[in-house]
Design a protein around this ligand. Structure first.
Ligand code: WQD
Length: 352
């Protein structure tokens, strides 16, 4: 139309868009004026999240259900969408225990998909790439809170190794190619979007603390175990940095904008995405009980092999450089996680 300038919506490719953090990030990107497409083979997810995103944003989301290990299928998405400005790469297997049992599956899935994507970044000159990494790369830190300069330690699982290798690959490629990149190291993402239209959909028995709490509270699990209260912490249980998934999501939008604005200090900047607060397992349970009014059925069990005693983030670099400010506290994390669990109980369209 003459006289109006249609602002070119920046198109972002989100891989793993049907997943927990991916779906919340798509919502935030759309709410901040980006156009989004997703690639998700639904091997660990369903399209339930896409429906939830559409309910929240009113926008139709195109998800390409292709396997990123299939180079030609992956490449076809780029040749069909020549206006992709940036990529946020979430799609990966992420169960620590499973990765120990099936390392080859983890290395093949997580590394082949990343390499295929990076080949497309090179061929199609994609300028911006954001990588979903993890505080797992720090192992068991000697000093807490951890900063981005804290030493990484040899990964304690193949899953953690794929994140460390992914970070190194991206750093090397950013130096050799035009692409500008960011590594985002998540601490413990929990909770659900305030609308309760999207949330975490753990497949099978939950490994992570908060889904274990909510599934026990709703009766899907008879009880849960607290894996050890004999650690050298204020109440004997492990310390973690729980961070609301919507806060994590918004950090991705800010990270992309940071690259688009050319504010990045290197071609591969790294940021810790944690709340900056250390919370013990027993404190998390107590907060859940307070929010839900439910006495949780848990027992003290043995330590879980591989557990880090205590870790939480110094998030100053992300706060100062990205202008990131966490909005949700532990109370809201537990409230939204519980509301989401109750919604899942009545959900009928969860099947693929
Ligand atoms: C938290 C605490 C458990 C379940 C994992 C991944 C990490 C990252 C975040 C992806 C620990 C205790 C748990 C239960 C318990 N994910 N717990 N009973 O292990 O810190 O990190 O998620 O990047 O890579 O490893 O999270 O939620 O499994 O455990 O006592 O039934 O809760 O021992 O102290 P973790 P978690």
């Amino acid at each position: 139309m003459p006289g109006t300038i249609q602002l070119q919506m920046k198109k972002i490719l989100v891989t793993g868009g049907c997943g927990y953090i991916g779906s919340h990030t798509i919502v935030d990107l759309i709410e901040n004026g980006f156009d989004v497409i997703s690639i998700d083979d639904n091997s660990r997810s369903t399209d339930y999240a896409i429906k939830g995103i559409e309910k929240i944003t009113g926008k139709k989301i195109k998800n390409y259900t292709i396997d990123l290990k299939d180079y030609h299928a992956t490449r076809s998405v780029f040749s069909e969408n020549t206006d992709i400005t940036g990529i946020i790469h979430f799609a990966a297997f992420k169960a620590v225990g499973e990765s120990v049992e099936k390392p080859l599956m983890y290395y093949e899935n997580n590394m082949f998909s990343l390499i295929n994507l990076l080949n497309c970044v090179k061929e199609f000159n994609i300028p911006y790439f954001v990588f979903s990494s993890s505080c797992t790369v720090y192992g068991s830190p000697d000093i807490i809170p951890v900063t981005e300069q804290s030493p990484t330690k040899p990964a304690e699982s193949p899953y953690g190794a794929t994140k460390q290798m992914g970070e190194r690959m991206i750093e090397d490629i950013s130096k050799a190619e035009k692409v500008n990149t960011i590594l985002l190291r998540y601490f413990n993402p929990v909770g659900a979007h305030p609308s309760i239209e999207i949330g975490e959909l753990p497949l099978g028995k939950p490994m992570n603390l908060v889904p274990a709490i909510t599934q026990t509270a709703i009766g899907k699990l008879p009880k849960m175990l607290v894996y050890g209260t004999d650690y050298d912490t204020r109440d004997g249980s492990c310390v973690r940095d729980y961070i609301h998934v919507s806060d994590i999501a918004h950090a991705h939008t800010l990270a992309l904008q940071y690259l688009i604005d050319g504010r990045n200090k290197t071609k591969c900047d790294t940021f810790n995405l944690g709340s900056g607060n250390g919370v013990t397992v027993l404190e998390a349970i107590r907060m859940f009980e307070e929010v839900s009014g439910i006495k949780l059925n848990y027992e003290i069990g043995p330590r879980r092999p591989g557990d880090v005693v205590a870790i939480y983030a110094n998030n100053n670099y992300a706060v100062e450089s990205l202008g990131w400010k966490t909005k949700y506290d532990l109370r809201e994390m537990m409230r939204s996680a519980w509301e989401w669990e109750k919604k899942l109980k009545t959900a009928t369209d969860l099947t693929k």
